[in-house]
Design a protein around this ligand. Structure first.
Ligand SMILES: NC(=O)c1ccc[n+]([C@@H]2O[C@H](COP(=O)([O-])OP(=O)(O)OC[C@H]3O[C@@H](n4cnc5c(N)ncnc54)[C@H](OP(=O)(O)O)[C@@H]3O)[C@@H](O)[C@H]2O)c1
Length: 252
């Protein structure tokens, strides 16, 4: 039986996740309003927001900040405050936010992550039933992360695990969550394999046909963050994707 049609506004519709989510929801028969500055909706100023939410039963916030670390925190605070107020006013019945696994543990160390917690908190305190989906790092980040770990022709890998996931699998989970009943809690999702950063780097280098030395370096950081061994990986309750990083790299 076909799913009932739901009116869904996707904020951040032109981004990596948004541009996959909009067609997926439309193909499933839903009425989708695709919102971003491209379509005249600026979540930072609130411009165009009330119109974008006029018919919305569900909103999915997959916005991202392109600004440097310090202002990313303010960006998420302001955009989430605007969205939660508009969602409550519009009578939205499900408010979905995409966030990051390990956000609590990293919040003290990074403005971007404190912004993500503010974005989650705005949904949870909006008065609108909500779900936060926290995902691990997308496969798309494996190459840029590896590149960022290279110094003097060696890869300095943090002594920690990472659990990359296919962004299309995150998108499919978001699409399902959006049309289901609100969970009013956090739903964690991760890739099928937890691996040391050094193994991820080796997989990337093999894919790129490069032969650099890879070191497990206890002083190495992830984007400037000192992370614990398990900060970036899910617990046993999480929903897991199925596409392994090596298969995703090979398919590109
Ligand atoms: N990368 C990862 O591994 C990872 C893992 C877990 C969770 N996440 C989270 O996933 C979310 C989505 O990431 P993504 O990679 O899809 O982001 P992205 O590709 O950077 O896309 C960001 C979107 O936000 C929109 N946007 C930016 N400023 C806006 C504004 N002021 N008003 C309205 N729209 C605005 C952009 O469109 P315009 O520029 O046209 O406005 C674009 O559609 C992020 O919040 C990120 O924290 C990422």
């Amino acid at each position: 039986m076909a799913e009932p049609t739901t009116s869904i506004t996707v904020i951040g519709a032109t981004g990596l996740i948004g541009r996959q989510l909009v067609p997926l929801l439309r193909d499933a028969g839903h009425n989708v309003t695709a919102a971003s500055r491209d379509s005249g909706v600026d979540l930072l100023t609130g411009q165009g927001l009330d119109d974008a939410l006029a018919d919305a039963e569900v909103i999915v916030d997959v916005i991202n900040s392109a600004t440097p670390e310090d202002s990313a925190e303010a960006f998420f605070h302001q955009t989430a405050a605007n969205l939660s107020a508009a969602a409550a006013k519009a009578g939205v019945r499900h408010y979905v936010v995409l966030s990051i696994v390990g956000a609590d543990e990293m919040a003290l160390k990074a403005g971007y992550i404190r912004g993500k917690l503010a974005q989650e908190g705005a949904a949870a305190t909006s008065g609108v039933p909500w779900t936060v989906v926290r995902a691990t790092q997308f496969h798309e980040l494996a190459e840029p992360i590896t590149e960022s770990l290279i110094a003097a022709d060696e890869v300095h890998a943090p002594a920690a695990l990472i659990q990359p996931i296919d962004s299309s699998e995150v998108t499919a989970i978001l699409a399902r969550v959006a049309v289901n009943e609100p969970l009013n809690t956090i739903h964690n999702v991760g890739g099928p394999q937890k691996m040391p950063f050094s193994d991820m780097a080796r997989a990337v280098l093999r894919h790129q046909s490069r032969t650099l030395n890879v070191l497990d370096d206890p002083s190495a950081t992830y984007s400037g963050l000192n992370i614990d061994y398990t900060t970036l990986v899910t617990d046993d309750e999480a929903e897991l994707g199925t596409t392994r990083l090596v298969d995703w790299l090979a398919r590109r």
